[in-house]
Design a protein around this ligand. Sequence first.
Ligand SMILES: [Zn+2]
Length: 414
Amino acid sequence: MQTESNQEWDRVWAGANIATMVAAQEPYGKLAGASLAVKGERIAWIGASEEARRRAATLGIPVEECRGRWMTPGLIDCHTHLVYGGNRVEEFEKRLCGVSYEEIARAGGGIQSTVAATRAATLDALVASAEVRAKRLMSEGVTTLEVKSGYGLDLATERLMLEAARRLGRALPLSVTTTYLGLHALPQEFRERRDEFVREVSGPWLEALAAAGLVDAVDAFCENIAFTLTETETFLRAAQNLGLRAHVHAGQLSDMGAAELAARYRALSADHLEYLSEQGARALGQAGTVAVLLPGAYFTLRQTTPPPVPMLRQAGVPLAVATDSNPGTSPCTSLLLALNMACTLFGLTPEEALAGATRQAARALGLHREVGTLEVGKRADFVLWDIERPAELAYALGANPLAGVVHRGKSRSA
Ligand SMILES: [Zn+2]
């Protein structure tokens, strides 16, 4: 147990089973009957409950008795498309009648229909609809959320989407990171001018959005229905020149070598990865790029080839799990459900799944020094759960055993 102690504390949580999620010998980094003290926004101390209560009494500060509840780091949803206009319930019906995602995309549906609805929306409307979804995620203990743009496909709407994401982070007790998904789909107006679109996105648009402080990272959809390896590389190189880190939608429908490209640019994450070669997995492992697994999209598209999890483990690739919350292929606002699916559909262990929404998700966002584990000095983002063992978080379908959330040292009502 860590026993760093000097500064005063504001508040103590005592008598919890703490799943620190620090990679250690104990499963889940478990500390039984332990306490955690907070000072400001930070975790000030973690240790034995007797000492915590004694010191709290001396300091005259409040003690929250956890009565054996489990405490985990605040959950991190590291891949979402939470901001958009409209929805795609019609397409959902079509797909159930047998039309494939590729066919819908080629017929100008899919992403394009959301682009039209997003371009027609106001900033207020985008924030309002995203807020409903963000609150659903928060109700299950999400304290950090990544939000991508990519439904504007013109500079003004991409800016609006990123502003909506920033505003969400200011309006809610939630940490939001923004990703400029510059290469998501080719807009109709650039249909005959692909190269020009890639140049615009990688040049003036990226520069303008980055200069406005709206871009924490970039992303590209490298796929046969989206953008080629060369186009993706043009964008990644431009981002790298501005000192921006990248995510890459890679290997969702085919293996184009996108994982190797992501690794070459030291991307924070490569996401999806249903189609991945051994060489791709090794490249990710060597680059320290996180594999973000998105079982919600796999489930919605009724795919049958899961990501090669044993190969990823073998290559030492960190595995994260996210909702991919989006209107078309993963209308999912439950990270706990994604944890279940990562276990049942992809074969992750419950501990790997929980690490995938805490420690590894933090790594996928480049925030692992700040959040993702419960350690002294890290941000005091944590969740209390009414469960007997942490595997219950991945086990149950549709349950929500949340008993309390602390974000930046402050309790927030669930
Ligand atoms: Zn996505």
